[in-house]
Design a protein around this ligand. Structure first.
Ligand SMILES: [Zn+2]
Length: 106
């Protein structure tokens, strides 16, 4: 069951989704999404911004993984920082920071 807390325009009550309409649990007012009478109830801004930040995190994670792919592969294969540094021409400091980030993600 979908709930939209403190979203009633009349009484700031909680809306419950029933069929294609929202009803306030406290005062019983109905809101119909099709009439666009209550857009905030269907797409609360809070939800959007949370989703957006999750997507941003994932996108930067993907970029980070692809730019460090060589290092990650070598680390997974059990190579030492020094081996990876000579194989990939990356600085030991960078390899160390990749290693730390991978450990944090575990
Ligand atoms: Zn209400």
């Amino acid at each position: 069951m979908l709930l939209n807390l403190a979203s009633c325009q009349k009484c700031k009550g909680d809306l419950v989704h029933q069929g294609d309409e929202w009803r306030c649990l406290q005062c019983g007012t109905y809101y119909y999404p099709k009439a666009q009478q209550f857009p905030e109830a269907i797409y609360p801004r809070k939800t959007w911004s949370i989703n957006a930040s999750i997507q941003a995190t994932q996108a930067s994670e993907v970029r980070w993984q692809s730019s460090n792919r060589e290092i990650i592969e070598q680390l997974s294969a059990g190579s030492t920082t020094r081996d990876i540094a000579s194989l990939t021409n990356h600085s030991p400091r960078r390899i160390q920071s990749v290693k730390e980030r991978l450990l944090q993600a575990l």
